[in-house]
Design a protein around this ligand. Structure first.
Ligand code: HEC
Ligand code: HEC
Length: 223
């Protein structure tokens, strides 16, 4: 009898724990939390044009959540975000909600054509804040295309927009300067990429190849 009760208790506790591990997504909560993130990443998660702050909008919820957990566990060092990525400021429930909220934002790559009859300058200004189109990056686009197809496409997608299993993020539509900084961090081993050997592999790629790849990636959202 006592043994059965104990067993029941164990099953019950395990049930609660399982629930704690996967809190429900609350998009309204995500929108609220975004007010904090907006200070750096912009109101729509569009990032900053100079590439200091990456775009977050439209990245997958799984990828955003994983990075936030990496920041919390200090597996990926992000000093500006230290005050925001601890258990008190960003418990798991908040984390999954902000990740889902940002993933749901779609950013157009160009402004819609002007409708003379309904022109509203303020609305147009608001809409323009959401437009993200990566600026041309100087480099040999054709060399970059070949390099990317050979070395990166298998995971980051042949169109640059990530893979279906949500592991590798889109590189197209992301700011070149931010991407270059990540490549440097992967080379020095400060940021883990996919495999422990990647630091060395990334060091073997020439700067010209990386530059060319960034030049090609910057063209992918122009269509
Ligand atoms: C004080 C400025 C600041 C604030 C506020 C901030 N971030 Fe960041 N965030 C950064 C910087 C800088 C980076 C780029 C770090 C790097 O270069 O590796 C970054 C990177 C990220 C990344 C990684 C993106 C990628 O492509 O890997 C995610 C995800 C992220 N931030 C989410 C958030 C969320 C969610 C919030 C709000 C809870 C937030 N950030 C608030 C500065 C900020
Ligand atoms: C075997 C699969 C694989 C290949 C091949 C691959 N990547 Fe990745 N890449 C990943 C994964 C997975 C991540 C996410 C890592 C994480 O969770 O932090 C990533 C992340 C990145 C990031 C960080 C993006 C961001 O938003 O912060 C950059 C930059 C990057 N990869 C560049 C490259 C380049 C350049 C190549 C080709 C030379 C390449 N990758 C090849 C799997 C791959």
């Amino acid at each position: 009898m006592t043994k059965n009760l104990l067993l029941l208790g164990l099953i019950f506790c395990a049930g609660i724990r399982a629930e704690e591990e996967t809190p429900a997504v609350d998009l309204e909560l995500g929108e609220e939390i975004n007010e904090t993130c907006a200070g750096c990443h912009g109101e729509y998660g569009q990032g900053s044009i100079d590439g200091e702050y990456p775009r977050l909008a439209g990245l997958t919820d799984a990828y955003i959540a994983r990075q936030l957990r990496n920041f919390k566990q200090r597996q990926r060092i992000n000093i500006p975000m230290l005050p925001y990525t601890n258990e008190r400021e960003l418990p798991e429930e908040d984390l999954v909600s902000i990740a889902a909220y940002l993933a749901s934002i779609q950013l157009p790559t160009k402004l819609p054509p002007i409708n003379e009859a309904e022109f509203d300058a303020l609305k147009r200004l608001q809409a323009s804040k959401k437009v993200v189109n990566i600026a041309i990056y100087p480099g040999d686009v054709e060399v970059g295309r070949k390099f990317y197809r050979k070395e990166c496409a298998s995971c980051h997608g042949s169109d640059g927009y990530g893979d279906d299993n949500k592991e590798a993020p889109q590189l197209a539509g992301q700011y070149s300067r931010y991407l270059l900084k990540q490549v440097e961090s992967i080379r020095t081993g400060d940021r883990f990429h996919e495999d422990p050997d990647d630091a060395e592999i990334f060091r073997e790629y020439t700067d010209a190849e990386i530059t060319a790849m960034l030049a090609w990636l910057a063209t992918l959202d122009d269509g």
